[in-house]
Design a protein around this ligand. Sequence first.
Ligand code: FPP
Length: 237
Amino acid sequence: MLFKKENNAPRNVPGHIAIIMDGNGRWAKNKGMPRSFGHTAGAKKFKEIARYCNKIGVKYLTVYAFSTENWKRPKEEIDGIMNLLRDYLLDTANFKGENVRLRFIGDRESLPQDIRLLMENGERESEGATGMTAILALNYGGRDEITKAVRSIVANGVEAEKIDEALISSYLYTADIPDPDLIIRPSGEYRLSNFLTWQSAYSEFYFDNVLWPDFSIKDLEKAIDEYNRRNRRFGGV
Ligand code: FPP
């Protein structure tokens, strides 16, 4: 999609942006505050960035809210993140009022029952939204997703010759979601951390030293500008 900036230069807004919301803990520590303070700021930042992405015509925004590995964290921190998710899902204005469609990827089974119900409710209530789709990766792990897909393929008795990339894609949480065009990781870490392992094969990566709670609209704009300078060839010339 074309979007005119102040200088009227047309540019391409990525159809699907994915973000690893990293650095909340360090941000809080720098301020002498508990880690949960950083996650609260991180959740607030997510809302700000999501609203802006919707405004500029991003079609899909996927954020890594809780990984399959995050259960290793102290219970208090996990409970804090779950409470932030509760707050977000209870406030339907976050998606209904914004015309945003809400989706989730990840293994729902080990999530608290009330959150699972809130997730289903959010998906149902926002189903008809015509704006951006916000995808929250919750108890998500790329390898876990692929492992589950392989299990289902085998359980369904699919013949080996019928297994191709399209079939595997159709067994993933993201079956009907296009692959991310741009993956952003703030906080100075340069890895994917089990996020969208299959889907990121041809994504552009953008790393930034800013910690997630400090990540601004300006920083997002810088990432989109950089994306516009990349030459995506998808293996071609
Ligand atoms: C990574 O930073 C962040 C997380 C593991 C949790 C992210 C969750 C939220 C921002 C809240 C989700 C809620 C909504 C409504 C989207 P880190 O804790 O690993 O930071 P560090 O690397 O500085 O320790």
